[in-house]
Design a protein around this ligand. Structure first.
Ligand SMILES: NC(=O)c1ccc[n+]([C@@H]2O[C@H](COP(=O)([O-])OP(=O)(O)OC[C@H]3O[C@@H](n4cnc5c(N)ncnc54)[C@H](O)[C@@H]3O)[C@@H](O)[C@H]2O)c1
Length: 333
């Protein structure tokens, strides 16, 4: 198999991409890039590739690039990589506005490169199993979903995470986008979407640090999504509860076990998943293998840009409608 030559830009989340490329037989990790030279050199030494601080300088030497940089850089960096004819795996979210998203998608389509969003959750074997159960209606059709994403970020005032302009919104847009994407994938086309949020508890952020959203779907299902970066002490019920008329499907917070509760009682359907060894890569290995196979076979990734834009639009609707609800509530007082 010809190895696809890759580079990873941004070495925090990007480390996961770098380890996965290094572990994959289908890739040759040639460059790791970060503005922090020491970090890039440390990672390069560990993974046996070269280090750089200017990502544009390595493009000539690779076929594909993972962009794992702060959100406000996604649009310009994607456009630049696409213009150079490189396949792109972009960390979420796609971009801050529908116009920027469309510009990226058009450029990728015109250039004929593979453009994929790094929705890591979608490619986990446990999530594939859940999707199969939903799609085949093995336990009936889900009508209710509860999703709890209770995280904690230590305050980072002044960082790109803290500013709306650089983050693109609050926790719902930044972290919640994984789970809005997942809910749409599982439950179909959304017909209404609303979220309310607060900065209380995460005052260091300009956008909301805690969000409660509700989505309804064409097929009749309703979903609740709680997302937070302010929850330090928790007893999170699960990551996801999916109710069908026949059963409750439950995915634990660590996404390591899928269980069912039905008239036969409670039992495990998948897992517990054992962590991968360093030789096997990281959880990102599944999305990375998908990206590489799309390049080899010239096919559209399951999480292409259009799919991401669809779920981003749902989030922008959630914000817009939430603002209206909040304003109407204020006026009513
Ligand atoms: N999929 C996930 O579960 C997940 C988790 C965390 C972050 N992310 C995503 O990964 C991306 C990065 O987030 P993060 O938490 O790693 O951010 P971060 O700020 O912690 O790290 C970003 C890194 O990129 C480097 N960098 C910034 N600009 C650069 C440039 N122009 N060239 C080279 N390097 C540059 C920084 O020096 C830093 O090391 C975001 O899109 C974020 O949403 C995804």
């Amino acid at each position: 198999m010809t190895k696809i030559r890759t580079a990873v830009v941004g070495l925090n989340m990007g480390l996961q991409h770098a380890y996965a490329y290094a572990a994959s037989e289908g890739a040759e990790l040639r460059w790791v890039v970060d503005l922090d030279r020491d970090k890039a050199e440390r990672v390069a030494t560990e993974l046996g590739c070269r280090a750089a601080t200017d990502w544009t300088q390595v493009l000539d030497d690779v076929d594909a690039v993972s962009l794992c940089t702060p959100h406000h850089l996604h649009a310009s960096q994607s456009l630049e990589a696409i213009a150079a004819g490189k396949h792109v795996l972009l960390e979420k979210p796609l971009a801050h506005t529908p116009e920027d998203c469309e510009a990226i998608l058009r450029a990728a389509e015109e250039k004929g490169i593979v453009f994929m969003m790094a929705y890591i959750v979608r490619y986990l074997p446990i999530i594939r199993k859940l999707k199969e159960l939903v799609e085949t209606e093995a336990y009936g059709k889900p009508f209710n979903a509860d999703c709890w994403i209770q995280g904690y970020l230590p305050p980072m005032p002044g960082s790109w995470f803290s500013r709306k302009e650089t983050l693109g919104g609050g926790v719902l847009f930044s972290h919640g986008c994984h789970y809005v994407d997942l809910l749409l994938w599982l439950l179909g086309e959304p017909v209404s979407a609303v979220a309310v949020g607060t900065r209380s508890g995460t005052e260091w952020m300009e956008g909301e640090g805690t969000s409660h959203g509700v989505l309804t779907f064409e097929g009749g299902a309703v979903a609740h999504l709680e997302t937070s970066w302010g929850i330090r002490y928790k007893e999170t019920p699960a990551l996801l509860h999916l109710h069908t008329p026949q059963a409750l499907l439950t995915l634990n917070s660590g996404m390591s076990e899928l269980r069912i509760v039905d008239e036969q009682g409670s039992r495990t359907l998948f897992g517990p998943v054992t962590p991968l060894t360093p030789q096997e890569g990281t959880k990102a290995i599944y999305e990375i293998e998908h990206f590489l196979s799309c390049i080899r076979e010239g096919r559209e990734p399951e999480t292409g840009g259009r799919e991401a834009l669809r779920s981003h639009r749902a989030i922008w609707d959630m914000y817009r409608n939430g603002e209206r609800v909040t304003m109407e509530g204020r006026e009513a007082k």
